[in-house]
Ligand binder design. Structure first.
Ligand SMILES: CCCCC/C=C\CCC/C=C/CC(=O)SCCNC(=O)CCNC(=O)[C@H](O)C(C)(C)COP(=O)(O)OP(=O)(O)OC[C@H]1O[C@@H](n2cnc3c(N)ncnc32)[C@H](O)[C@@H]1OP(=O)(O)O
Length: 302
């Protein structure tokens, strides 16, 4: 039955093979097993995977400091970790959380989208698509334990989870804020948001680039629970136990039934979407917007 719902994503193997080659070329070890249960605990430079208390659940900790931006290296390491978990029948659920204080993820790495060449933009966008497809169609129960700021691509990542728990902190804002950067959320970002909070709320949130504070995120349905920061992880594990009480085959088929049409929209036009991204991001006006935004981020400090 599990085979019936395991939807293969085109080019995944190629992407991962490419990632391993890139890692090897950089001369760093791909994986370091550790602990008594080394086969189940593994780490790359930027993603730490630990078994949860009961063993059926893994905790993936994003550790790409300072802000867990989704760089190409981070994406490839994350995808390899996720594939390992998908292929290990012992795991039924994954909690995704951040190892960086106050930030879940700052979203796509702006340095991958600014001042590079079209070939790089295409490679990067393919990896972003892959991240979304793999997470959105995952057979595992995914719970996002959002322990900090969660804008744009970080929000997209969280939206692919089955449940979202947000820490009740002023820094924990969440939303698709692309328009504030002068860029536009792609249709599959928009679809994922609409599937979560509905059309009208999405239209408003997307046009205004809203970053919702915890109480508002809960009210609009962007997250399912808001809890004090020190309870995010325990809440995630408790919600996970609830979801794992459902037989996998029935839950997985239902998830696929709810999500497949949305994923298929991108799968059918992946190449066109890449070309669209490359031509959009290469525009002088968009590069200028990104430059100004990056400068603003730097000035914030000084
Ligand atoms: C019509 C056709 C449409 C087709 C369109 C196709 C595609 C276009 C759409 C592409 C989609 C993009 C989605 C995205 O994800 S874009 C990224 C959006 N992210 C953000 O806006 C977040 C920016 N960051 C922040 O707001 C803050 O950093 C923070 C996350 C709230 C954390 O704040 P704080 O802890 O105070 O840290 P700093 O701000 O000081 O940052 C530390 C350090 O990190 C750098 N940085 C921050 N964010 C990013 C990032 N996303 N990418 C790369 N680098 C980042 C920041 O510049 C600092 O660097 P320095 O230490 O060197 O100064």
């Amino acid at each position: 039955m599990a085979l019936a719902v395991r939807m293969r994503v085109p080019c995944r193997a190629l992407l991962c093979a490419g990632a391993q080659l890139r890692g090897a070329a950089l001369g760093r070890p791909e994986w370091a097993a550790g602990g008594g249960d080394g086969a189940r605990r593994f780490a790359s430079l930027r993603v730490l995977v630990e078994p949860g208390a009961e063993g059926r659940v893994a905790v993936m900790k994003l550790k790409n400091p300072p802000v867990n931006s989704l760089s190409l290296d981070f994406l490839t390491e994350f995808l390899i970790s996720l594939e390992k978990l998908e292929n290990d029948k012992a795991f039924r659920g994954v909690v995704i959380t951040s190892d960086c204080p106050n930030v879940f993820s700052a979203g796509l790495d702006l340095r991958e989208m600014y001042g590079r060449n079209p070939g790089h933009y295409a490679e990067y966008w393919k990896a972003v698509q892959e991240l979304w497809l793999r997470l959105y169609l995952s057979n595992l129960v995914l719970v996002a334990a959002i322990n900090g700021s969660c804008p744009a691509g970080g929000c997209l990542m969280a939206l692919t989870s089955d449940v979202r728990i947000l820490s009740d902190s002023p820094k924990s804002v969440i939303g698709l804020n692309e328009t504030l950067l002068g860029i536009v959320a792609p249709f599959w970002f928009k679809d994922t948001l609409v599937n979560t909070i509905g059309h009208r709320a999405s239209e408003r949130a997307l046009q205004l680039g809203l970053l919702f504070p915890p109480a508002e995120a809960l009210q609009v349905g962007l997250v399912d629970h808001v809890v004090p920061e020190d309870q995010v992880q325990s809440m995630a594990l408790s919600v996970m136990a609830h979801w794992l009480a459902i037989p996998d085959h029935a839950r997985q088929l239902t998830k696929a039934m709810m999500r497949k049409a949305t994923a298929d929209r991108l799968i059918k036009q992946r190449e066109a979407d890449i070309q669209n991204f490359v031509s959009f991001i290469s525009r002088d006006s968009i590069q200028k917007s990104l430059q100004i935004y990056l400068e603003k981020l730097k000035q914030k400090k000084g």
